[in-house]
Design a protein around this ligand. Structure first.
Ligand SMILES: C[S@@+](CC[C@H](N)C(=O)[O-])C[C@H]1O[C@@H](n2cnc3c(N)ncnc32)[C@H](O)[C@@H]1O
Length: 926
């Protein structure tokens, strides 16, 4: 609930002292106390996670199969003939002409293509095969597809409020901190045994993963089918490979097809490879699969919007017609994306939104209005009643400045259709107005008299019309052409190369959802949908396959400020609705969220005007600065075990058979690309890489060019998961026993415990070890052929931090501070360090009380940008400016020790990679 902090100030006025009560602005968030979600386990518990599920098979409606096409094999001709024979047979059956057993049409390989139950079915199918449909390569074969069913793990919990409170030095015990994060604080045992059983209070969610896998997880782990009110999807437009992503956090000038701009992330490349292997054909498959799952997630009254450009508008519309049904298309909205385009032909300035309802009969839509000023001439308000009562056809300059006169539209007073009473002629100012036999007046005779009496009738030639004054309702509903959506090139804050204008998504959200409803965006990008949903008190889940946009979205949400819309029922949060009021300014203009709507009917019936709610104008409490509520970052962690082997003990080591072929592949790559990139143009070269003769835990051995004479050992981490501490421990034990000079641990991701072990390997296990990050492109086959070999393996940096005790002020408890010195990359041969300064990273995050599982972002630093400026400005009146300096620098704000006695620092590098270091507070310097 919104609270205002009271402060008592003593002011001196002459000799008298006055006590004044002021109210200070404070930060608030919206929470969703009436909504719940199933508990997801935290990262770190994945090796114990037992509730595995088999992949889910999604089937297309086979009656829509492209195999029904009149193709060369003539199978459709056969099908047609088969249907005709059924029609003949069924017509001989007694009504309702149903077969005793369903009749099946099978393909030569025995697949059931069509089932017919009755005469009606057969006739419908016969009609259906003659309707054209969109076909593409691979569609006919794809009657179904499998998606792995993976759980989501919570990696991070974020809360702007917690950051602000830490900064202003609020003394908090851990319980309150966890509440600020929306953390339900489950014990590890509960997380392992009760994951996906307990219901927790809702927190919004940023999910890293392929949209198909994540949506399937939402459906099958969490049962969210039918619960999403609105889906906004802004997929790659399916035009050019690599056009719709941004591989670097700070670069927005991505060019098509430039290899160096291509992302090197596995999920990302995979998504694009899947998408474009067969060009447009694969793109349509990609879209259809995702739309199918999106449909299952939608509530019966829900809507989906797909943003697309003109290149594929027609194709994607066909696909949506197929998935959602033609009859569920609500509209195709055209919105202006740019004011100008240089061209010799015609400027292409619009993009499109394909809006479909899950079911048009039950769809929920809020009418959105805009002030009726710009379009006035088109809207037909072309008559003016002057002060002296005279009516004139308005000259255009008067339309702009109708000082005191009343502008009106001559509006139709009749509707189609005959009615014996309602179609009779009506007399006005001595003239009879006849409306013929196929129209009727919009109101009854008494209504017409009333309209005449109050001066609302107006004759144009032989036609009697209704005078609709502009002020009757100075608003116009939005139509499907949005021209005010151009983003100025100079507009502040465009983070992402393909970022959508907030206005566009805002309208979609306001039209189709209410406060507290759930909004999903499977194409998060810089998080525009999440940002707008947060602004309007909707719950949100957003998904992206790439870490770069995810990093941008995280920063955008953490540092955002929003208006505080007053809640009708604060106990319920936004779900209880916002407060709307009728308000007029001193010019008499309606400026509130409730406006009267005078209509022909209300005047004719002498009724008070109806009131319309302008959903985008709730009451705002200006004294409160609202920040993003708690949210979490989640991801799928496909563990390397066989998912069908329910409950198989997963030791963190990969499953034997799959793993061996994976190791063979990795070995081959390492032989061909034996160079480990150390940074600062330095490299380590491996020679003679081979499998060890007999081994329990090692993957390979090699010699180092210019290095020690003794061979080094190599262990590969799992293909689809993070390297565990156990894997490193076992490899180090064997490497030491066999007197290898060094252990190289090669993988795509690593758990913090394993990272820690490697740093201390020499002391702990007797053999020095180095973590080598393998570029995830390795999993992409030959997609990126011209990848430079030195980029395949790189010795990965580790954040270098300094932890200090600060001098406590009298009576205050001991506090600590962390300094990010930089990112260090070690050269295992020379033992030299390549150093990147701490103020040269896009972001770093601090958990002041790290529990070894989920990372709680207690402080978030964006050294290169002024990301916190908005919040800093908003809170200037209450918070010392200097406290914000911490968040744009390399030294944290001081903090007290928590119960875990350890901290974690996460550094986000330019490719969105996350590098984590964990330290015990007992190591802090004085
Ligand atoms: C056009 S951008 C969305 C931009 C967003 N509307 C905004 O305002 O920032 C498309 C996004 O979809 C993501 N994407 C593409 N394929 C995906 C997939 N299969 N699963 C999840 N995200 C995907 C890309 O990484 C990219 O960030």
């Amino acid at each position: 609930m919104a609270r205002l902090k009271k402060q008592t100030t003593i002011k001196k006025s002459g000799s008298r002292t006055k006590t004044v009560e002021t109210r200070q602005p404070i930060t608030e968030t919206y929470r969703h106390p009436t909504s719940e979600s199933l508990m997801r386990p935290e990262i770190g518990t994945q090796t114990q996670f037992r509730k595995k599920k088999p992949p889910v098979t999604y089937r297309y409606d086979s009656s829509l199969s492209p195999s029904l096409e009149w193709d060369e094999q003539n199978s459709v001709r056969e099908l047609g003939e088969w249907l005709l024979s059924l029609i003949e047979k069924a017509s001989g059956l007694p009504a309702p002409h149903e077969f005793k057993n369903p009749q099946e049409f099978k393909s030569p390989d025995g697949r059931i293509i069509l089932t017919v139950r009755s005469l009606h079915d057969a006739v419908e199918q016969l009609k259906h095969i003659s309707t054209p449909f969109l076909n593409w390569t691979g569609k006919a074969e794809r009657l179904s597809f499998d998606v792995p069913t993976l759980p989501l793990f919570v990696h991070e919990r974020l809360s702007t409020k917690a950051i602000v409170e830490t900064l202003v030095g609020h003394k908090k015990d851990k319980q309150i901190d966890l509440d600020l994060f929306g953390d339900p604080h489950h014990s590890i045992t509960d997380q392992i045994l009760k994951a996906y059983e307990y219901k927790d209070k809702w927190v919004n969610r940023l999910v890293l993963g392929d949209s198909l896998v994540v949506m399937s997880s939402l459906l099958h782990y969490e049962g969210l089918g039918g619960q999403v009110q609105m889906i906004y999807m802004d997929p790659p437009y399916g035009v050019k490979f690599g056009s719709n992503f941004q591989p670097f956090v700070r670069r927005r000038d991505v060019k098509h097809n430039e290899d160096e701009d291509m992302t090197r992330e596995p999920e990302m490349v995979k998504a694009y490879r899947d998408t474009w292997e067969l060009g447009l054909h694969s793109y349509l498959t990609y879209m259809r699969d995702r739309l199918l799952l999106a449909r299952d997630l939608l509530h019966p009254s829900g809507s989906i919007f797909v943003q697309i450009s003109d290149e594929n508008l027609h194709h994607v519309k066909e696909v949506m017609d197929e998935v959602f049904g033609e009859s569920n298309c609500v509209s195709v909205i055209q919105f202006k994306k740019t004011a100008y385009q240089e061209t010799d032909l015609i400027a292409n300035v619009c993009d499109f939104l394909l809006w479909y309802a899950k079911d048009l009969k039950t769809v929920r839509v809020n009418q959105l209005y805009k002030p009726r000023d710009v379009d006035m001439i088109e809207a037909g308000f072309t008559w003016i009643k002057l002060d002296n009562g005279k009516i004139i056809k308005a000259p255009s300059q008067l339309l702009d400045d109708p000082s005191g006169s009343k502008r009106f539209q001559s509006s139709n007073l009749t509707s189609q259709g005959y009615s014996p009473e309602g179609s009779l002629p009506f007399e006005f100012k001595g003239k009879k107005y006849d409306i013929g036999n196929n129209r009727h007046w919009k109101t009854h005779r008494q209504g017409l008299e009333t309209l005449s009496m109050v001066g609302r009738l107006f004759a144009v030639g032989n036609t009697l019309t209704f005078k609709r004054y502009e002020k009757d309702f100075p608003f116009a509903p939005f139509n499907n052409m949005w021209e005010d959506t151009v983003r100025s090139t100079f507009a502040a804050g465009k983070l992402y190369v393909v970022q959508t204008n907030t206005k566009v998504i805002e309208r979609c959200i306001l039209m189709t959802t209410n406060p507290g409803d759930l909004v999903l965006d499977p194409t998060c990008g810089s998080g525009t949908t999440a940002y707008v949903a947060e602004q309007w008190g909707r719950r949100w889940i957003t998904i992206d396959t790439s870490r770069v946009p995810l990093a941008l979205a995280r920063q955008r949400l953490l540092t955002a400020t929003f208006p505080y819309y007053e809640l009708k029922n604060p106990e319920m949060g936004p779900a209880g609705g916002f407060i709307y009021k009728r308000k007029q300014n001193n010019k008499g203009e309606e400026v509130g969220g409730i406006v009267p709507h005078i209509t022909l009917k209300s005047i004719a019936n002498n009724e008070p005007p109806q009131e319309e709610v302008l959903v985008d104008r709730p009451e705002v409490e200006n004294k409160i600065t609202r920040v993003t509520g708690p949210f979490c970052v989640e991801a799928t962690i496909p563990t390397p075990v066989d998912w069908e082997g329910n409950g198989i003990e997963d030791s963190g080591a990969p499953e034997a058979t799959d793993y061996s072929s994976f190791i063979d592949r990795m070995l081959e790559v390492l032989r061909r690309s034996p160079v480990l990139h150390v940074g600062g143009n330095k490299t380590v070269e491996l020679r003679g890489t081979r499998k060890p003769a007999k081994t329990l835990s090692l993957s390979a051995e090699a010699l180092v060019a210019n290095g020690d004479e003794k061979p080094v050992a190599i262990v590969f981490g799992p293909e689809n998961g993070a390297i565990s501490e156990k894997l490193v421990f076992e490899a180090a034990r064997e490497a030491h026993a066999k007197s290898y000079a060094h252990l190289y641990v090669v993988g795509f991701a690593i758990q913090p415990g394993a990272r820690n072990f490697i740093e201390n390997a020499e002391a702990v296990s007797g053999v020095p070890a180095t973590y080598v990050q393998a570029t995830p492109d390795l999993m992409m086959g030959d997609l990126l052929k011209n990848m430079r070999s030195s980029q395949i393996f790189s010795v990965c940096g580790l954040p270098e931090i300094e932890m200090r005790k600060t001098k406590p002020k009298a009576g205050e408890p001991e506090k600590y501070e962390i300094e990010l010195i930089g990112l260090d990359v070690f050269d295992p041969v020379t033992m030299e360090v390549d150093h990147r300064r701490g103020d040269d990273v896009p972001a770093w995050l601090l958990d002041t009380d790290y529990n070894g599982l989920c990372f709680h972002v207690c402080q978030a630093f964006f050294p290169r940008t002024s990301a916190w400026d908005n919040l800093k400005r908003a809170l200037r009146a209450t918070h010392e400016e200097s406290i914000w300096d911490h968040l744009s620098g390399t030294v944290s704000a001081p903090f007290e020790a928590g119960e875990q006695g350890q901290i974690a620092v996460k550094v986000i590098d330019d490719r969105g990679n996350e590098l984590l270091v964990v330290k015990s507070l007992s190591e802090a310097k004085k």
